[in-house]
Design a protein around this ligand. Structure first.
Ligand code: FPP
Ligand code: MG
Length: 465
């Protein structure tokens, strides 16, 4: 057994490297009592430990403010585009992705060795971190042509011939602060970040908005692909505005998110979040009928891998990379374990989240989901419950391979799932991922934010948000 004392990176590597075992088997093993592992010893904070408060309540003021200022980021002088870009933000949502970004920021700020310089940058005008600076164009407004009435940039007139404008001198950068020194080794000094709203950096708040914009962009596209009539109990964007505007609205959100991302001024974060956009598209393509047929061999042996890969790409990637990016913006330097921990947490949490969603699609109806239950089979999707049912009822195989296309297939599949332990085993698998996510948190110092993240890993399975 590898303990934390051998180094946090070694601990995370040893415990969280994939075992190359099918998830079906892994889930079966959940029924055995799990071997006990020693938990890592996190660095001490010296603070007393708080009770577990509602996760959303801890960052509620930030989440509210964030939603309001996000609407400002999405303004467009184009009537119609403005309305559709904001449409999904006007219906209440859990804002799960921003919540994870903010809680991880709170739980890890002060741990990374670049935290001092990041906090200095946030407090010092001209160093790239102040909230107002994140809204300031990096490019001349007449070149940027960002036509957003809520932002301080302008769109130039297009009536005249555009002439050469000599570049303005770059503003002087402030000198580095005297206190810009690496912190003492962990454990020898109290952590810098006090718990509380001050521990959040403006760049981390902006990141929380960016991940939500990307998520909503993907929903706008997804509702066109799935031909969904409802989202969160209201008409979907394609139902309200038509497919063309829904797709363009999603593209517009991605454009605004990309601009905001570049203004964070961190190339590693830009790379991470840009790669999520590619992952979302890959995940969506992977579940498309023809592609799915080509990658799942007739024997069904690879179906689990394809399903879990798709689940990571469509759902867990944004959560995992969002948490990682948040920790990087908080000053986690290359070679430090905090960002690895954040990624591993988000990946397990995201997989648990989607697996439970897939269970709810069988169990719940419109009242709970805000859309009709049983949608996955109608869309030809074989999720966890159907794949487990296949192990118990071989007659499920042909239905999965032809994507429930023939008359009666959907009803027969539902019946086979009902007569199997597929739903229960999928929930077990989700619980296994949620438990792993919670174990990982033990590598962080105790804090109110960590306690809230722990609570989320329980609620992700029970869905009692
Ligand atoms: C919801 O899935 C959809 C996603 C999580 C991602 C969809 C991704 C794309 C359409 C690719 C394009 C991406 C971008 C960023 C433009 P679901 O249908 O299982 O869930 P639902 O029931 O909420 O619709
Ligand atoms: Mg959908």
């Amino acid at each position: 057994m590898r303990r934390w004392t051998q180094g946090p990176a070694a601990f995370v590597r040893a415990r969280y490297t994939p075992r190359h075992r099918t998830y079906s088997l892994q889930a079966q093993q959940q029924k055995q009592p799990a071997p006990s592992h020693a938990l890592p010893t996190p660095p001490a904070t010296g603070t007393a430990f708080p009770t577990r408060r509602d996760p959303a309540a801890i960052v509620a003021p930030e989440l509210d403010a964030l939603r309001q200022s996000l609407l400002g980021l999405l303004g467009s002088a184009h009537p119609g585009l403005d309305e559709i870009a904001k449409y999904y933000f006007l219906h209440p949502s859990k804002q799960m992705r921003p919540l994870l970004v903010l809680l991880f920021a709170r739980a890890t700020n002060g741990l990374g060795s670049d935290w001092r310089s990041r906090r200095w940058a946030a407090e010092c005008d001209g160093a790239g971190g102040r909230a107002e600076e994140l809204d300031r164009p990096l490019t001349r407004p007449d070149v940027l042509n960002d036509w957003n009435p809520s932002m301080p940039s302008t769109t130039a007139s297009f009536a005249s011939v555009f002439s050469l404008v000599p570049p303005a001198a770059a503003p002087p950068r402030p000198p580095p602060p005297a206190a810009f020194l690496p912190p003492p080794p962990l454990g020898t000094a109290p952590l810098l970040a006090p718990p509380g709203p001050d521990a959040l950096l403006p760049t981390q708040r902006r990141l929380a908005q960016i991940v939500e914009m990307i998520h909503v962009a993907s929903l706008l596209h997804d509702d066109v692909i799935d031909a969904s009539a409802l989202r969160r109990g209201a008409p979907s964007a394609p139902a309200a505005f038509g497919n063309k505007l829904a797709v363009l609205g999603g593209d517009f959100l991605l454009g605004r998110a990309s601009t905001a991302l570049s203004r964070l001024g961190d190339t590693e974060v830009v790379e991470l979040i840009a790669s999520v956009i590619a992952n979302l598209v890959e995940g969506e393509i992977l579940q498309m009928k023809d592609v799915h047929r080509a990658v799942v061999p007739a024997a069904g042996g690879d179906a689990w891998n394809v399903y879990l890969k798709k689940t990571y790409l469509k759902t867990a990637s944004l959560m995992a990379k969002g948490c990682r990016a948040s920790v990087i913006l908080g000053g986690c330097a290359q070679g430090e374990v905090w960002k690895e921990l954040a990624y591993a947490f988000g990946r397990n949490f995201g997989l648990a989240f989607q697996l439970v969603d897939d269970v709810l699609d069988y169990e719940a109806g419109e009242a709970t989901l805000g859309k009709p239950g049983g949608a996955d089979l109608q869309l030809g999707l074989a999720t966890g419950p159907a794949l487990y049912a296949w192990e118990e009822h071989p007659e499920m195989g042909p239905l999965i391979l032809r994507k429930f296309e023939q008359e009666g297939d959907v009803e027969m599949a539902r019946d086979l799932v009902r007569r199997s332990s597929g739903v229960e085993r999928t929930r077990d698998l989700a619980r296994a991922h949620a438990d792993k996510a919670r174990e990982l948190l033990q590598g962080l110092p105790e804090s109110e934010a960590r306690a809230s993240l722990e609570l989320l890993t329980e609620r992700v399975v029970t869905r009692t948000w």
